[in-house]
Ligand binder design. Structure first.
Ligand code: SER
Length: 320
């Protein structure tokens, strides 16, 4: 069986997807790659390549050398980081995807592409956003995600590339640190609650957004890639989410575990306007019907698990 390549392996999703793929398929079958230098010693048997996705030749060489059959293309800038550097975001998010699709076409690879709630915009219906609806985003991140979805559809229809994708909501993880996203307030809030019992939130208290706990996102990604292709009615990309929450609601849940936790609101107009252009909640029925999407964590379960695991990581880091 051919190997799996993960691009952006050191990022928000890759930090958890790579270990999950190694567990699921075997460590020798997964090649992690990133443009950043690996920050720690690799475990024996783990394969890591330095890879810049804006260079098609580099992708081609890695795919050839490791006999890659599936590419999980995670290398991208998130929404707030992209808004700071729109030119760099276009280059990485678009050129990177185009290069991956081209190599996938030539080497008959399966491709996973993470789209996002960022692919929607202010004219999209905000509640229970349908699978097929208006997509006119107002951020450069969203523009690259819509264009990416369309490019994936094109490669699937025109060249028969087996491309699959998810429109991910905000992801909450105890592994990767916050990395330039608008929904990252949620991750920051957990870190600050455990360290200082205080958080200054950059979104308004009532900024409602769809979210999901990372373990559910990882399970969904693997389930989608393992699904029977004949049953997939959407090539790009399936709406997925597990909860629809505001900073105030998350703070209240955290406070139930961390007594005295306080939040004040120092709103960042750029990130607030990004959040204002995104849906409140998503209709995930296509994902449920086509390949059995079934998230396990709601707000209460996610908060309890996140606090338990993050406290362990913080104590372990302090003990070093
Ligand atoms: N979590 C992402 C962000 O905030 C949305 O895809 O940028």
């Amino acid at each position: 069986m051919r190997r799996i390549l993960v691009t952006g392996a050191l990022g928000q999703i890759g930090s958890e997807l790579v270990p999950a793929l190694r567990e699921h398929y075997g460590a020798d079958r997964v090649v992690a790659s990133d443009v950043r230098i690996v920050p720690h010693q690799l475990a024996a048997g783990d394969i890591h390549e330095h890879l810049d996705c804006t260079q098609q030749q580099q992708i081609l060489e890695v795919v050839r050398r490791h006999e890659i059959g599936a590419i999980y293309h995670l290398a991208a800038l998130l929404s707030a980081a992209a808004e700071e550097k729109p030119h760099a975001a276009w280059k990485l998010n678009m050129d990177g995807l185009y290069n991956v699709l081209e190599v996938a076409r030539q080497y008959r690879c399966q491709v996973f592409f993470p789209s996002s709630i960022g692919a929607f915009g202010p004219s999209t219906p905000r509640e229970h956003t349908p699978q097929a609806t208006v997509q006119r985003p107002t951020t450069i991140y969203g523009v690259t995600k819509v264009a990416g979805e369309l490019l994936c559809d094109y490669y699937a229809a025109r060249f028969g590339v087996d491309v699959r994708g998810l429109r991910l909501p905000g992801l909450i993880s105890y592994v990767a640190p916050p990395g330039g996203g608008t929904t990252d307030y949620a991750v920051e809030m957990f870190h600050q609650a455990l360290r200082y019992k205080h958080y200054s939130c950059f979104l308004k208290a009532d900024a409602r957004l769809p979210m999901m706990y990372m373990p559910d996102a990882i399970r969904a990604t693997i389930a989608l890639m393992d699904a029977d292709g004949a049953r997939l009615t959407c090539r790009n990309a399936y709406n997925v989410a597990a909860m629809s929450i505001t900073p105030a609601e998350l703070a209240a849940q955290i406070r139930a575990h961390v007594g005295g936790f306080a939040v004040d609101y120092r709103v960042d107009p750029v990130r607030q306007s990004i959040a204002d252009s995104w849906p409140h909640s998503l209709d995930t029925s296509a994902a449920r019907d086509d390949w059995g999407f079934a998230p396990q964590f709601d707000l209460a379960a996610m908060t309890a698990d996140m606090l338990a695991r993050l406290s362990l990581r913080i104590s372990a880091a302090r003990a070093k």
